[in-house]
Design a protein around this ligand. Structure first.
Ligand SMILES: [Zn+2]
Length: 301
């Protein structure tokens, strides 16, 4: 029964819940906690898959009244190990590729940097590129850079530039790139029929909101809102995480900047509790009773 329940929970978490959460609008009011919830859903899905694989052979043989066959146990362990290794391999591949891409990108922006303009702004890790296209983005990593085009500098006033810089520095300081990498790696590791882009797109937008919140605390919501209206928050390095339909994402970000009072401490707490519960409850409710029975019936006893 445990394997069945874990399987149902795992399928619900990977096929049903992402669609519902991606369509909900409450995460706009508590974006950081919503990211935590997405992480918990993803991790709980993996735990369920591992639970099914490990519980199924024991339960099947228990039903037939014979002791657990060593071959079945070994097979289960092998499949579980394959799942874990596949995830780790995917994470390794994604982070290796993005590190290499960022190193090239950093080299380029350092070469093309317009030093005079940057020095006027007095920000160490800022690089200013020539170009009419208004651009603002960051290149994360150990030697992180924030990149602005002089097209952006032309259309933004100083408070707006500060707001944009605060937004990008938040991405860097909170290592949002690592959060996105983990979701990308998970997406790539999951077999095609089971995977969904919903978490990737939703988390990408939520991280933008987290950075917006930090920037508007530092520089005020009005300058950030004005800057956002003028700029395309191009994030060329996150092409794996193509955002929601861009217009909709921007509308949502602008709407919440215009109504800062809608941010909800209660929702934050609730979503955080749900995230923890999602990881703890299945373990307690499903796995502990199974372990208890399995140990009682263990052939060595
Ligand atoms: Zn951003």
């Amino acid at each position: 029964m445990t394997a069945l329940l874990l399987g149902a929970l795992g399928l619900t978490l990977s096929l049903v819940v992402p669609g519902i959460l991606a369509g909900a609008r409450w995460p706009d009011r508590a974006p950081a906690a919503a990211v935590l919830l997405w992480q918990a859903i993803t991790l709980a899905g993996v735990l369920c898959a591992l639970g099914v694989v490990l519980a199924a052979p024991e339960e099947l043989t228990r039903a037939s009244g014979k002791p657990v066959a060593a071959a079945a146990l070994a097979g289960a362990l092998l499949i579980a190990a394959t799942i874990v290794l596949r995830l780790l391999w995917s994470l390794y591949g994604v982070s290796k590729r993005s590190r290499a891409r960022r190193a090239r990108h950093r080299l380029l922006v350092d070469l093309l940097d317009r030093v005079e303009q940057r020095e006027e702004l007095g920000v160490d890790n800022l690089r200013v590129l020539q170009g009419a296209l208004p651009l603002a983005y960051c290149v994360p990593g150990r030697e992180a850079r924030v990149v602005l085009s002089d097209g952006a500098l032309k259309i933004l006033d100083r408070p707006e530039i500060d707001a944009v810089l605060a937004h990008e520095q938040t991405h860097l300081r909170h290592r949002h790139d690592l959060v996105m990498e983990s979701f990308t790696a998970f997406y790539r590791a999951v077999p095609r029929p089971l995977r969904s882009r919903a978490p990737l797109d939703a988390v990408h937008l939520l991280l933008e909101m987290v950075a917006d919140d930090a920037a508007s605390r530092r520089a005020g919501p009005a300058p950030l809102q004005a800057a956002l209206e003028r700029l395309s928050d191009a994030v060329p390095l996150a092409e794996d995480a193509a955002a929601n339909p861009k217009g909709d994402a921007r509308r949502r970000r602008l709407a919440r900047l215009g109504a800062p009072h809608t941010r909800s401490v209660g929702l934050n707490a609730l979503a955080s509790v749900a995230a923890v519960g999602l990881l703890v409850l299945p373990t307690v409710i499903l796995v502990v009773p199974w372990l208890h029975v399995a140990l009682l019936k263990w052939p060595l006893k």
